[in-house]
Design a protein around this ligand. Sequence first.
Ligand code: GZL
Length: 329
Amino acid sequence: MNRKFLAGAAVLGALALVVTGCSSSSGGDGGASGDSGDGTVTVGFAQTGSESGWRSANTESMKEAFSAENGFDLIFNAADNDPAAQIAAVRDFINQGVDAIVIAPIVEDGWDDVLQEASDAGIPVVLEDRTVTSPEDLFASWVGLDFKKEGTTAGEWAAENFGDTPTKMVVLEGTTGSAPANDRAEGFDAAIKGTSIEKIDSQTGDFTRDGGKTVMEGFLQKYGLDGIDLLYAHNDDMALGAIEAIEAAGGVPGEDIKIISIDAVKDGMQALVDGKINYIVECNPLLGELAAGLVTDVLDGKDVEKKVYVEDQSFTQEQAAEVIDSRAY
Ligand code: GZL
């Protein structure tokens, strides 16, 4: 997959962007079409729900970008992590005759039919954050993060720091069937292959703090504090729930059980600074301006990149202490 950098990506500041492929625009008639006559562009946004701090930051970013002053009428739906409800929301957008649809798909599969219906209705779809397994001609573009790379980065740090000694690891997986859960597992597992890190258990906490706490309580009952050396959590919210469970069991998170997480939201970064998490890989939620730019370009009949990747970074405890006060989320 050839990737190239988008020059001058002012919308995300210094963050480098990489893009792959190219997509001719769908919908639109060459002009700034798609508006409802008064220049306002009506966009249906199907969000996953409100499962995590990351999701809250992503929703805020999307609402700021698709604002009335920016020429949008945003119809927002949060599907409470229910894939069927999210597909129903997209179908409702189609029936309302919106100008464009943006989706953060809860899970990868099951999108072919409703995306085909949107295409048949001449309504372009832009995906943000998570991806789908549907054919790429069923959506105009996707903007988000490289989840497999995030997992690889986390796994490489684990291998470097714990890979030489027998290490028993448990995993808090993200939402079952979601792209980040699938890809973060794949990247991490490949990176620790051949090391002394042994995955003794893995279960979904559904990206929520309560889910992480409940599953970690089960792990601790099953293996005991002394039976677990390392936790890999697919997001900060589940790691923060696990920290509560570890402390309730009399353990010291970050010491008795080392913790590696992904997102780098404020609460996660604070736990990293406090020594309760050992390493965090960032997953930037501020995708609103890029998504709005893609919608505008598609409706204006411009060619858009099929995939726009936002680069991530990662943090040790020391690095987090240096940046935590200056971060945007
Ligand atoms: C990743 C995003 C994930 C976050 C979680 O881009 O889809 O969903 O890692 C969020 O915090 O719930």
